[in-house]
Design a protein around this ligand. Structure first.
Ligand code: BTN
Length: 332
């Protein structure tokens, strides 16, 4: 952990206050250096008071993504995902940054957040709107020992981890639309873009990109998206702490990645199915020029969707654009 991460962790562990002397000893730096770190954290927006009796106290945390703050929250609680974190004020796409880090040989588990993206991208070449400070836009570098066709497992695991995190932090109950969309009602609140570098039988690395519309307002989407998108804030009716959601998400991603790596996709799939709005529904899947229509029956061991077509065939769907047919109860 960096000195700032250690200071933030100590302040959080001691809400009653911690002396400059204690901090200086545990960090093996001078009291003047502690004072300088406090000044820099205050500049970053942390409200830290200093008193003669209680020492330093953290009385307010900004809802800014700060790598040291995130590290101090997850350190000791994650094994791989979140052991290295970097935050950009603005970037093209966090997936681009991770892609470069992967080529530079950085270790797996590296997480990049951006406060805003100028070229955020979604699946199927779509644009992902990523205004500053309103959401979580992050990417994770993974180097799993999986075959390329098994990497849908990672998308399923990430969607499950994200869903669990949203429930834990907000109390809202999103649902998963295969494979990677999180919906509340029939509106999308989050999505996952998994990009792969692989040979036919070996994965080099995976870039897992996650976008969550946390505190967006309706006016922040272009007109054509307003009826299909929503944010956690719009549904909950109050601002959601992005920092808390980000830290919870890293812990859950780390836990579910570990489950996938030890061959426990079955456990993850059970949880995914419990919250899935796709299984048992009539669906249309557009795969390039091909369209499949039928009933979504189950997931197979790789995370592919099995669709029973109107002709009774069981089709295995690995990707594509899936539309859910409205149920009579959905029509208003
Ligand atoms: C989708 O639902 O189509 C996937 C959206 C993924 C968006 C995230 S935001 C962080 C990362 N960087 C990107 O450019 N895209 C992903």
């Amino acid at each position: 952990m960096t000195p700032d991460a250690k200071i933030l962790a100590a302040l959080r562990d001691h809400p009653e206050g911690v002396s400059g002397e204690q901090l200086a000893t545990s960090l093996a730096i001078s009291r003047a250096a502690v004072w300088a770190r406090m000044e820099s954290l205050r500049q970053a927006g942390y409200d830290i008071t200093a008193g003669p009796h209680n020492g330093y106290r953290l009385v307010g945390t900004p809802d800014l993504l700060h790598a040291d703050d995130l590290l101090s929250r997850v350190s000791g609680r994650v094994r791989v995902i979140g052991r290295d974190i970097q935050v950009f004020k603005e970037t093209t796409s966090t997936n681009d940054i991770i892609e470069k880090m992967a080529r530079d040989g950085l270790r797996e588990g590296f997480v990049v957040f951006a406060e805003s993206q100028t070229k955020g991208r979604g699946r199927l070449g779509r644009k992902w709107i990523s205004p500053p400070g309103k959401g979580l836009w992050l990417s994770v570098l993974l180097r799993p020992a999986l075959r390329p066709q098994e990497t849908t497992q990672l998308t399923i695991a990430s969607a499950t981890a994200l869903l669990r995190s949203i429930i834990q932090v907000t109390g809202l109950q999103p649902q998963i639309k295969w494979p990677n969309d999180l919906l509340i009602g029939d509106r999308k609140v989050a999505g996952i873009l998994t990009e792969l570098s692989a040979e036919p039988d070996r994965v080099h690395h995976v870039t897992l990109g996650i976008g969550v519309d946390v505190n967006m307002k309706e006016s922040e989407w272009p007109l054509e998206l307003r009826s299909v998108a929503t944010s956690l804030r719009m549904v909950a009716g109050f601002e959601i702490s992005r920092v808390e959601l980000a830290a919870t998400l890293l812990e859950n991603l780390d836990r579910d990645y570990a489950r996938i790596c030890r061959g426990g996709f079955g456990e993850v799939a059970d949880e995914w199915e419990e919250h899935c709005t796709t299984l048992g529904r009539e669906v249309t899947v557009q795969m390039g020029h091909r369209t499949i229509q039928g009933r979504a029956e189950s997931l197979d061991d790789d995370g592919a969707l099995l669709v029973r077509t109107e002709h009774g065939l069981l089709e295995r769907v690995m990707g594509g654009d899936l539309t859910l047919k409205k149920r009579p109860a959905d029509a208003s």
